[in-house]
Ligand binder design. Structure first.
Ligand code: EPU
Length: 331
């Protein structure tokens, strides 16, 4: 499908149009299109539009995958390998796994977006990240029109990071992701209030965990269909142990998690302490139940959201001396 001057779907509900919008249904279709598209234009590959903030129309070609297959490509007594098209809605994939009794992604229930983005963003929630179940990522080079498969280690995954967001940013379209799910349920219940939410589920199944995660998310996070947003707007900052100790002396209740390179502090907590939770600046606001989320109150532009983001970052810097950075991709 090819459309000119076409609105780009984004969960922030910002009006933005692509000069040309192209959805392809197979690798061969993408390979056939690339020479013509990449010669002339800027290219932007999008997924479900749940992590994008547009500050203007996009004067180029927006690509979207319509590859939506889920196939079992290997299995033994313990594990199943699933090769999944990049255009599959992420939560449909989670529901598919849970319905078959395969575990590994149930904690990632209800995250907006598509399978391709799970491998780019290394989506994560409630103690689990996509990298824990990704085996390999199949791609096509947007400038080279060559296929390339990245094994998990080559993706260089970190907290909300991958090689596809860093050195190779914008260079590859993800076509398929292969995940390894477990046939034996290993629950991950140590994050936050998941265990409490599951109090009387016995015996525990991936479906129980999925239901609990859905309840928690629906309670805390705004539904983009009702109020435009892109989930967490900021990443949680990691500070040095010395910095953390001085903060903890001043704020003994400060929530924190150990991270490989220091101590991770929830940005939502920092923003709330600055008095910004629930506050609006024009048509953009900080969500009233999770301060990490910025929302479009209706009719906000990308510039309105960016302005609020800058004001909030500045408030956190002034009060705590910590820089917080957007997680969303600003286009
Ligand atoms: N907190 C506050 N005030 C707030 C928000 C949070 O004090 O307004 C405190 C909470 O009380 C808790 C701590 O911060 O002690 C952590 O809060 P929460 O469990 O809600 O998680 P988070 O660190 O704010 C991260 C992810 C979310 C993910 C949750 C659960 C990032 C940037 N965000 O948020 O991801 O759902 O953990 O795992 O890492 C997303 O990426 O869009 C997203 C929603």
């Amino acid at each position: 499908m090819k459309r000119e001057c076409y609105p780009i779907y984004n969960t922030f509900g910002i009006d933005a149009k692509a000069r040309l919008y192209v959805e392809y249904g197979s690798e061969d279709e993408l390979l056939a299109l690339l020479p013509e598209l990449s010669a002339a234009s800027r290219l932007l590959h999008v997924g479900g539009g749940s992590n994008l903030l547009f500050t203007s129309d996009f004067d180029g070609v927006v690509l979207h995958s319509g590859i939506r297959s889920i196939e079992v490509v290997g299995e033994d007594d313990d594990f199943v390998l699933l090769r999944v098209g990049a255009g599959v809605v992420w939560d449909d994939f989670v529901a598919h796994c849970v319905a078959h009794g395969w575990s590994g992604v149930e904690n990632l229930s209800l995250i907006p977006g598509e399978v391709g983005a799970s491998a780019v963003q290394n989506i994560g929630a409630y103690g689990v990240e996509a990298k824990d179940v990704i085996v390999s990522v199949e791609t096509i080079g947007l400038r080279t029109a060559c296929r390339r498969v990245f094994q998990n280690e080559e993706c260089r995954y970190g907290y909300r990071q991958s090689v596809f967001k860093q050195e190779l940013r914008g260079q590859y379209a993800v076509t398929y992701v292969t995940y390894r799910l477990s046939k034996h349920f290993v629950p991950h219940l140590d994050y936050g209030n998941i265990r409490a939410e599951l109090a009387d589920a016995e015996p525990l199944t991936p479906q129980h965990v999925r239901d609990a995660v859905i309840r928690i998310r629906q309670h805390k996070l705004p539904d983009p269909a009702v109020q435009g947003n892109a989930g967490s707007f900021f990443m949680n900052p990691v500070v040095s142990r010395e910095k953390f100790e001085s903060l903890q002396a001043a704020y003994p209740q400060i929530p924190h998690y150990d991270a490989p390179d220091g101590v991770k502090i929830p940005a939502g907590w920092l923003i709330e302490q600055c008095g910004w939770k629930g506050r609006a600046e024009g048509r953009a606001a900080v969500h009233d139940r999770q301060a990490l989320v910025l929302v479009n109150l209706g009719g906000a532009t990308g510039a309105d959201i960016l302005h609020l983001s800058a004001v909030v970052c500045d408030a956190v810097w002034q009060k705590f001396g910590i820089r917080i950075h957007p997680e969303v991709n600003v286009i």
